[in-house]
Design a protein around this ligand. Structure first.
Ligand SMILES: Cc1ncc(C[n+]2csc(CCOP(=O)(O)OP(=O)(O)O)c2C)c(N)n1
Length: 554
């Protein structure tokens, strides 16, 4: 066996079924070893942005690990933005890149760089394998580290001489670390005592809830205490079922809105959440000063990161919430249980009022041309099959989406945590590979789509039935809105430099068809509904270019 064959043998033997990549000459021993390999399918992306984001989507939706192979310095360089996104979402993935033969490195051959240094800021562990004897140990360790909580990408550089070297190789097994960490008895008792004393507790659910499959446990505790549940700002998954009567949806990245949501709380329970990712600084602090916080997370970095946690608990959300509920069931006196019931009823009514007000706003736009994005979001949410999976890179068009969506299970929604656009088209492909039985719909801004449009070809090549809805406002509306808010020259003149995608306009239909994906354009919600249903039934990839309103309200 040579190094490349040993690596594939180990991966296949550990149950890994896909290798996502884009090759170059330093990866050729690996490409050669893939010939005839039945257990591992190579999925080709036409540039490293799509490759990395496909792998990120796959890692998140499958639980990982995703395995990626890229081409040396510039291949890795192209992937950095999406590697950043994957690191932010804690995607368990093994990123590899070929390296030149080690005897050659000092001469600085073409495309050479120190790959470990390049990858290091965004991975949990980075290493260049120097000897064939170390290969299996390094791969096994890398996969273990990627999966162990807090999960995330790892990097291995694979010099060509190691991939080509031959020898006796003991493949051994693999190590998986059980992540279901339980907190101490004392921590559970203290948390129960704080929650018991609260008159107005508010919960924020983070991605660790969905990852740990703890919706049910969180719902039970929220019901028992009559606490509203918000999802963290910039959620990567569905952290709490949207139809639950205590679900008040995701917190927006707007400090003053978050502050309003938390102002009346007397206790904040952050369950597996990041407190809190914002886009721009603001004068208002989103968390009221002095608000007592219980912060539960599997990642110690997140606990008390920005706001002091009166009680920080390292633990698995599901395991901890189960114990906490048991403890509270012993402690909560009947009058407190009654108060919880009254609070729950108030929250349920508030949720209903908010939803019907938003539906009313959407309803007013249903017949307008161009389509107001809010009306489009309502239509999509209502037309989505119950087992549908939404991948969201709508940027400004998606406001209201999560209020309309009936996202029930952790896999029903995926959003971009990192903020590097170009993620949505390819991420939806990786999610489809991981969840082949579920309808996957990618909602993508026209600007974002163009960073990784080659991803469409991969869908056509491998028959991945994703439906993409391009929210086409012919520009970078979010940037226009934010420039406008500066109240400078743009706001006075209505001129926004570098934010229009017109003259020439971009023909998404030709672009999509050229890459092998059928596509149609529509201007009305009626046509959209028709096309959307057809696309969902097609059994192959499809792209709908929806012309939406590009102007924005002051
Ligand atoms: C890799 C990367 N480059 C640039 C940006 C800056 N950026 C943020 S949003 C945006 C425009 C998004 O346009 P579109 O997808 O059409 O959504 P819209 O704002 O029109 O809703 C840009 C360029 C970014 N976030 N990431």
């Amino acid at each position: 066996m040579n190094g490349a064959q040993a690596m594939l043998e180990w991966l296949a033997g550990s149950g890994i079924r896909y290798l996502f990549g884009n090759p170059g000459s330093s990866e050729l021993p690996l490409m050669d070893a893939l010939v005839g390999e039945q257990r591992l399918q190579y999925i080709l992306g036409l540039q490293e942005i799509p490759v990395m984001a496909i792998a990120d989507g796959y890692a998140q939706a499958s639980g990982g690990p995703a395995v990626v192979n890229l081409h040396i310095a510039c291949g890795l360089g192209n992937a950095m933005g999406m590697l950043y996104n994957a690191a932010k979402s804690g995607a368990p993935l093994l990123l590899t890149a070929g390296q030149h033969d080690q005897s050659f490195l000092l001469t600085e051959p073409i495309l050479y760089s120190n790959l470990v240094d390049l990858a290091r800021p965004y991975v949990k562990w980075a290493y260049e394998i120097r000897r064939l004897e170390d290969l299996v140990r390094a791969v096994r360790r890398a996969v273990k580290v990627a999966l162990a909580p807090p999960s995330g990408p790892v990097f291995l550089s694979l010099p060509m001489d190691v991939l080509k070297a031959e020898g006796e190789i003991d493949l051994g097994g693999s190590t998986r670390v059980d992540p279901r960490l339980r907190p101490s008895r004392e921590a559970v008792e203290r948390a129960a005592e704080m929650l018991r004393g609260a008159g107005n507790p508010v919960f924020i659910a983070g991605d660790a809830v969905a990852r740990g499959d703890a919706h049910r446990e969180l719902a039970r505790l929220a019901e028992f205490l009559g606490a509203p549940v918000y999802q963290q700002t910039v959620s990567g998954t569905c952290n709490f079922p949207s139809s639950h009567p205590l679900s008040l949806g995701p917190l927006p990245r707007v400090q003053k809105v978050v502050r309003k949501a938390l102002d009346e709380a007397d206790l904040l329970f952050s369950v597996g959440a990041d407190l809190m990712t914002m886009s721009l600084p603001a004068e208002v602090e989103p968390v009221p000063p002095g608000l007592p916080i219980i912060h539960l997370h599997l990642d110690p970095w997140e606990i008390g990161k920005n706001y002091p946690a009166r009680l920080g608990i390292l633990g698995d959300p599901g395991e901890t919430l189960r114990e906490l509920l048991q403890e509270l069931q012993h402690r909560l006196p009947p009058e407190k249980q009654k108060e919880a019931g009254i609070r729950a009823e108030r929250i349920r009514r508030m949720k209903e009022e908010r939803e019907s007000a938003l539906r009313e706003r959407a309803r007013k736009g249903r017949d307008l041309i161009p389509i107001p994005p809010l009306a489009l979001m309502e239509t999509i949410a209502d037309a989505l099959p119950p087992d549908g999976v939404v991948v969201d890179e709508t940027i400004s068009s998606g406001r209201g989406l999560q209020t309309f969506l009936r996202s029930e299970d952790p896999h029903s929604f995926y959003g971009m945590r990192g903020g590097g656009i170009g993620w949505g088209i390819p991420a939806s492909l990786g999610i489809k590979v991981a969840l082949p039985g579920r309808p996957v719909v990618g909602l993508i801004g026209d600007g974002s789509a163009l960073y990784s449009i080659q991803g469409l070809w991969t869908a056509a090549r491998y028959g991945l039935a994703v439906v993409w809805v391009i929210c086409n406002n012919r520009g970078y509306r979010i940037l226009k809105e934010r420039t406008h808010a500066l109240k400078g020259v743009s706001a006075r003149t209505g001129t926004y430099v570098g934010m229009d995608l017109e003259q020439p306009g971009i023909d998404f239909i030709s672009l999509s068809r050229a890459l092998g994906v059928p596509a149609e354009r529509c201007d009305t919600l009626g046509t959209f509904k028709h096309l959307f249903h057809q696309a969902l039934d097609l059994g192959g990839p499809f792209l709908i270019d929806v012309q939406v309103e590009g102007n924005f309200e002051d």
